[in-house]
Design a protein around this ligand. Structure first.
Ligand SMILES: Nc1ncnc2c1ncn2[C@@H]1O[C@H](COP(=O)(O)OP(=O)(O)O)[C@@H](O)[C@H]1O
Ligand SMILES: Nc1ccn([C@H]2C[C@H](O)[C@@H](COP(=O)(O)OP(=O)(O)O)O2)c(=O)n1
Length: 673
């Protein structure tokens, strides 16, 4: 996951390869609650690991359910008719799929609870559900603003007598989650008599109700419905665990990869695993919408395969009531269409994680699109020519879907990068979304940005480069480590570190199995992190690095570090030889005395003994050798910026490089806060 302030996506090339998607959020949280309400133990497989499932699992634990987690599996011991632990105060983040159903279930189980979440959760309406529960006789109070969480369920003495005889009315045109909440809670009280729910107004998001009904059936509750307006929960209902249940991959998450295939898929295209054409999720019908826009899609029970069909994509005018979440992806696909696309009947966007109609309109405009928005529609006209696209900083409103769908703008024909603010917001449903995207994107190496930091020993290259890579979410190449490893391997093979053994050392390099993992370095399965960090190892590295054939043998390995979304490379010849086209090159120096002092402190801190004057002499000898060798000598690239760190801290050096990097970016700053 990219837990950084912003993620810069370079211009993306073609899309090909396969991707396995995480479990659906809607299914995960429904299954968890149903398992908790059931008699028996349920093994839930392929559960989504995300913020929203986390709050649900924590809440269930607090309520007294047995919860054991193991990777993407959870074992839930249901309450099976016992009362939940009370009183309890539940923090439900921004998870509507936890807040609504838990409110209904706890109101019908009895006890005293407070349910709240983050600030945005307290702006998301719940009044229609509370009204329906109050109509039954439940005692629920608002702790803040009327109609919104946080709530208190005040039934310490048990559930009052409920009026179950007449139909329970709930509005269906605000959020289908209210109906889902009632459908999952009312079987708890449909024991002696059947319970009927009547939807007031047109039911939106029927596909989510379809998921609810399918899952209820898996847990032993067969709900009948009449035209999606009247739902009948039979008398004698009783939740029974199905034993093991598998969570389908999220069909809404599939939409980004379907779109990537439609926009940039080359043969054999993008393969999506974990969800297929027979999915119980309504958002699978995104496939039809993508086909209307020109995508070529085939699929089976648990997979989809997508390639580009018509190009440019075809503009559409579509009622999106049946695919509210995935339709956001259509709004970004519209940027690649041959005309104006209109997405209708999407009023529910206004009350999701953020006001999604406003958010999409604002951000699409930043990219150069012309956008008209209404209470329940959005109309997108793409930039008329590549030159009309803009490099935008996309504000993501703590909304995972905004972050994910706007990543598709990086396929733009203008070759512009896209900045995604707060990329970790994807954790709500798809923590490794960007990693998954990068795994199916082929991008010409020269379009992947590289920041080069070259300079003499102990100038701070490694420290600054690692911090930059961390801040930008880029890969990190410590090229000096490769020379250190080579020297170590050569010594172990009994080779002299000189020209006479040049060919043999170069041959050795081709068979090294090197692995960098966190801060550790592995050679042929052995952890050699400490062994290569001694002063002697540095000197030996300097010796092998003077051998031209060894340098050549290491070139391909160094190039292989250049991967999406970018690379920070530290060494001696990063800017001059290895990445000569890099968009930013820094030559980092410091006085020899300052550097010797730093190395001294570094060694003392490690518990090694050190002598200042010997260190200074060694360092000067190494500088001289690195600068005077015939191949790739240490020197600044012509277009490198010089940074003397003698009198600044490592943090200041990092900030300076970041400032230079920002100055070279084409982004228009975000206007949202
Ligand atoms: N600007 C700086 N000011 C003070 N100390 C620094 C600075 N840059 C790096 N250091 C410290 O100097 C030591 C050597 O830095 P390092 O990054 O290993 O250098 P290099 O990779 O250039 O050999 C480290 O202990 C680091 O924390
Ligand atoms: N790109 C590079 C990186 C390192 N080297 C050589 C020259 C250096 O003295 C050694 C060790 O490099 P390293 O960056 O690990 O050393 P310091 O951390 O700067 O002391 O390797 C090189 O020739 N080219």
């Amino acid at each position: 996951m990219f837990a950084i302030p912003f993620l810069d996506l370079p211009s993306l090339g073609s899309a090909v390869g396969s991707v396995r998607l995480p479990g659906s959020k809607s299914i995960s949280n429904r299954v968890l609650l149903l398992a908790a309400l059931s008699q028996g133990t349920t093994l839930v497989q392929d559960l989504l690991a995300s913020d929203d499932t986390r709050v649900m699992l924590d809440a269930l634990r607090q309520l007294g359910c047995g919860v054991e987690e193991d990777g993407t599996q959870a074992r839930i011991v249901g309450l099976g008719g016992c009362l939940p632990q009370s009183p309890a105060r539940l923090f439900l983040g921004n998870a509507g799929t936890a807040m609504r159903p838990l409110t209904a279930a706890l109101a019908l189980l009895g006890g005293e609870y407070e349910l709240g979440g983050i600030a945005r959760m307290h702006e998301r309406p719940i009044g229609d559900l509370v009204d329906a529960l109050r109509q039954l006789g439940c005692h629920i109070d608002y702790l803040g603003q009327d109609g919104y969480p946080p709530l208190r369920i005040a039934q310490a003495d048990g559930v009052p007598a409920l009026s179950l005889a007449g139909p329970i009315r709930v509005r269906g045109d605000v959020s289908s989650q209210f109906l889902t909440a009632l459908l999952m809670a009312l079987p708890l009280v449909a024991t002696a008599q059947e319970v009927v729910i009547e939807v007031v107004g047109e039911l939106i998001s029927k596909p989510y109700i379809h998921i609810t009904l399918e899952l209820l059936a898996r847990f032993g509750i067969a709900v009948r419905h009449e035209h999606w307006q009247r739902f009948i929960i039979p008398a004698g209902s009783r939740y029974q665990s199905p034993g093991t249940i598998h969570v389908e991959a999220d069909a809404s998450s599939a939409s980004y990869f379907i779109a990537a295939g439609a926009i940039a898929g080359v043969a054999p295209g993008v393969k999506v695993l974990g969800v297929g054409l027979d999915s119980i999720q309504g958002d699978i019908r995104f496939v039809e919408a993508a086909r209307l826009m020109g995508a070529q899609i085939s699929g089976g029970p648990n997979w989809l395969q997508i390639e580009r069909g018509s190009w440019p994509l075809k503009a559409i005018d579509l009622d999106c009531n049946h695919i509210p979440d995935a339709a956001m992806t259509l709004a970004v696909m519209a940027l690649y269409a041959d005309g104006t696309t209109t997405l209708r009947n999407i009023a529910s966007w206004r009350v999701k994680e953020t006001d999604r109609i406003a958010a999409m309109a604002t951000e699409l405009r930043k990219l150069g699109a012309t956008v008209e928005e209404g209470m329940d529609f959005i109309r997108v006209t793409p930039p008329s020519a590549p030159a009309d696209w803009r490099a935008a900083t996309i504000h993501t409103y703590d909304d995972h879907r905004v972050a994910m769908c706007f990543s598709l703008a990086a396929f733009n024909p203008a070759g512009l990068p896209v900045r995604i603010e707060d990329p970790k917001c994807v954790a709500k449903t798809f923590p490794d979304y960007f990693e998954a995207l990068f795994s199916v994107v082929q991008t010409a190496p020269h379009t992947i940005p590289v920041i080069c930091l070259d300079g003499p020993t102990a100038s701070g290259k490694g420290t600054v480069a690692a911090a930059l890579a961390q801040t930008l979410g880029y890969a990190f190449l410590d090229s000096g480590a490769l020379y250190r490893i080579t020297a170590l391997a050569a010594i172990r093979a009994g080779l002299a570190l000189e020209a006479s053994a040049e060919a043999e050392i170069a041959a050795l390099v081709r068979h090294l199995d090197i692995r960098f993992e966190a801060e550790q370095v592995w050679l042929n399965g052995e952890n050699i992190t400490t062994a290569i960090r001694t002063e002697e190892a540095g000197m030996n590295a300097s010796r092998v690095s003077g051998l031209p054939a060894v340098r050549t043998a290491l070139v391909a390995l160094q190039h292989s570090f250049r991967c999406l979304p970018g690379l920070v490379a530290d060494g001696r010849d990063m800017g001059t030889i290895i990445f000569p086209q890099a968009p930013l090159k820094i030559f980092l120096t410091a006085s020899a005395e300052a550097r010797a002092q730093r190395r001294y402190q570094q060694l003392i801190a490690k518990g090694d003994s050190a002598n200042m004057s010997a260190l200074l002499a060694d360092l000067q000898e190494r500088d001289a050798r690195d600068m005077s060798r015939s191949v790739a000598p240490l020197r600044p690239a012509q277009d490198a910026l010089l940074l003397d760190s003698t009198h600044c801290t490592a943090h200041e050096a990092v900030q300076q490089v970041l400032a230079w990097w920002q100055q070279r970016q084409p982004f228009v700053p975000s206007t949202q806060g």
